[in-house]
Design a protein around this ligand. Structure first.
Ligand SMILES: Cc1cc2nc3c(=O)[nH]c(=O)nc-3n(C[C@H](O)[C@H](O)[C@H](O)COP(=O)(O)OP(=O)(O)OC[C@H]3O[C@@H](n4cnc5c(N)ncnc54)[C@H](O)[C@@H]3O)c2cc1C
Length: 393
């Protein structure tokens, strides 16, 4: 083993960050253990968009063939007016295919996670399901932690890839977690052939109406349409608010009404404005993915950033001679990009929800008029995100 700190790495969380990290390390000959609180087969979610910066990494990990089987290409994103569905601007996503086989894809998150889990296991990664990790302190050398049922473990490093509710992230950044969410999302899946609106039967669509937006795209090879409607939380929101109460808070243009009427799955999610936490590591423990930088899904980048983090952290770990050097290297490679993406995601929420006065009209006019004459001016706001990372692979 090149470095002692790579000898026995524990990764908390079997999500996109933890799995990408474990697979990338295994590709470099370093076998880690993932601890996941949920049982196997319960790592669900609904739809997810993986953009070319994410599919590029998954392609390098040899997963393109499997991903093709479960995903559809997201050929274009159409930005539309929320009530009339009128198209304001469309961005051609084929433009961002780079030389990966996949480009921009949409798929069911549970299927994506299953592919990653299978690859991790094939590469020798041990995944301990039903293992909720409790970490109480950041020791300098070996990390001691336990599972909720009392089993004790030690590892050379521990990576907190435990998502936006991360207990490890809170321990490392006390006071950075907000109790009250900023947005509430209605996430659903409806069979494509039951949906009456043909405009959402291809590509990715974003419908913007005052104080609310809706995103739709195909999953399960377009057998189903995944939809996410988002609005700011109301004053009277509590975490016990029922699904019925939450649905009643949403405006329901005919399209959303139609999707809700035919939904086979429907869930709510609370969302927070994005932030990059100030402390990235302590002792031999480092954060990665949503635990480090929770962000609202308005640019579909939370999962993609988790994939990028996993890939780059693996590279930093194998190129350094101490854990501290590796974590600092990881931070130096990620901080600027993450801050930029978090800020852009937050501002996209503001743009999507513009209401009152001339602002929504001005936004729509800009998208329509500037978009038809100088489309690159609009798409350049997003296109830099999708470019290949210039990092040593
Ligand atoms: C409505 C919505 C739509 C979204 N759409 C997109 C999209 O289109 N594209 C995109 O890129 N992103 C999207 N995201 C964001 C994306 O889902 C997340 O950013 C991404 O899943 C983060 O990955 P992660 O690995 O950091 O965390 P997670 O995927 O949350 O994984 C964390 C894992 O850690 C486990 N865990 C937590 N605590 C413990 C513990 N103590 N012990 C053991 N295990 C633990 C959890 O069970 C979980 O499996 C969306 C999010 C939402 C809410």
């Amino acid at each position: 083993m090149k470095n002692d700190y790579l000898e026995n790495i524990a990764i908390v969380g079997c999500g996109l960050a933890g799995l990408t990290l474990a697979i990338s390390l295994a590709e470099k000959g370093i076998i880690s253990t993932i601890y996941e609180k949920e049982p196997e087969g319960q790592l669900g979610g609904m739809g997810i968009q993986i953009t070319p910066n994410g599919t590029d990494i998954l392609t390098h990990l040899g997963l393109a063939k499997h991903l093709k089987e479960i995903s559809s290409p997201g050929n274009k994103i159409s930005l539309r007016e929320g009530f009339t569905s009128k198209k304001l601007f469309a961005m051609d996503l084929n433009h961002f295919r780079m030389d990966t086989e996949l480009g921009y894809i949409t798929c069911h998150r549970a299927k994506l996670v299953k592919i990653l889990c299978n690859r991790a296991k094939q590469n020798g990664v041990k995944i301990r399901f039903n293992s909720k990790i409790i970490l109480e302190e950041f020791s300098k050398d070996r990390v001691c932690f336990r599972t909720q049922d009392g089993k004790e473990f030690t590892s050379s490093l521990l990576i907190g890839a435990d998502g936006y509710r991360s207990a490890i992230g809170r321990l490392m950044n006390p006071g950075s977690h907000k109790d009250r969410p900023d947005y509430i999302a209605l996430r659903g899946v409806a069979p494509t052939d039951r949906v009456a609106f043909s405009e959402i039967k291809s590509g990715v669509n974003l419908f913007m109406s005052p104080g609310q937006h809706l995103v739709t795209y195909g999953i399960n090879k377009w057998q189903d349409i995944n939809f996410v409607a988002v609005r700011p939380v109301d004053e009277d929101y509590t975490k016990d608010s029922s699904l019925k109460t939450i649905i009643s808070r949403f405006d329901k243009p005919p399209l959303l009404e139609n999707l809700l009427n035919h939904a086979t799955e429907l869930k709510t999610n609370i969302l927070y404005k994005g932030q990059v936490k100030p402390n990235w590591y302590a002792g031999n423990v480092c954060l990665c993915g949503d635990s480090l930088h929770p962000m609202p899904p308005f640019l579909s980048q939370g999962g993609n950033m988790a994939i990028e983090d996993g890939w780059i952290l693996a590279s930093a770990l194998t190129q350094s001679s101490t854990a501290r050097e590796a974590f600092n290297h990881f931070r130096s490679l990620r901080e600027y990009r993450l801050n930029r993406i978090v800020k852009l995601s937050n501002s996209q929420g503001w743009i999507n929800h513009l209401s009152g006065g001339v602002m929504p009209k001005l936004r729509n006019w800009t998208l329509k008029t500037i978009g038809s004459t100088f489309p690159l001016l609009i798409s350049s706001r997003y296109s830099w995100i999708y470019k290949r990372l210039s990092v040593d692979k």
